[in-house]
Design a protein around this ligand. Structure first.
Ligand SMILES: [Zn+2]
Length: 94
């Protein structure tokens, strides 16, 4: 059966190709050089690539400014030394 491959979740490119590893396959984007997960056959690699594409699209559509801010706070908790620096700057200037 023919599997429909979805465009790159990161740059939207349809310039994709299959990378053959020694025992596994993965889909790679020729435009931004990102690569999908390695799977034991081409069909699974494409299915996993498509799942990643859909997950990414969903995440991007639900990414609110509040969610971005929460993510920033988590980073600050892990790196307390950077907090003072970050507070003096606008949140988007990381
Ligand atoms: Zn890409």
């Amino acid at each position: 059966m023919a599997l429909q491959i979805e465009p790159c979740p990161f740059c939207g490119s349809e310039h994709l190709h299959m990378v053959v590893h020694s025992l596994t396959y993965s889909v790679a984007c020729q435009s931004c050089r990102c690569r999908g997960p390695q799977r034991e056959n081409q069909e699974l690699a494409v299915m996993q690539w498509n799942a990643t594409s859909r997950t990414h699209a969903r995440a991007a559509s639900t990414l609110t400014p509040e969610a971005v801010e929460q993510k920033g706070e988590l980073v600050n908790q892990r790196l307390p030394g950077l907090m003072a620096k970050r507070e003096s700057k606008p949140a988007r200037e990381l």
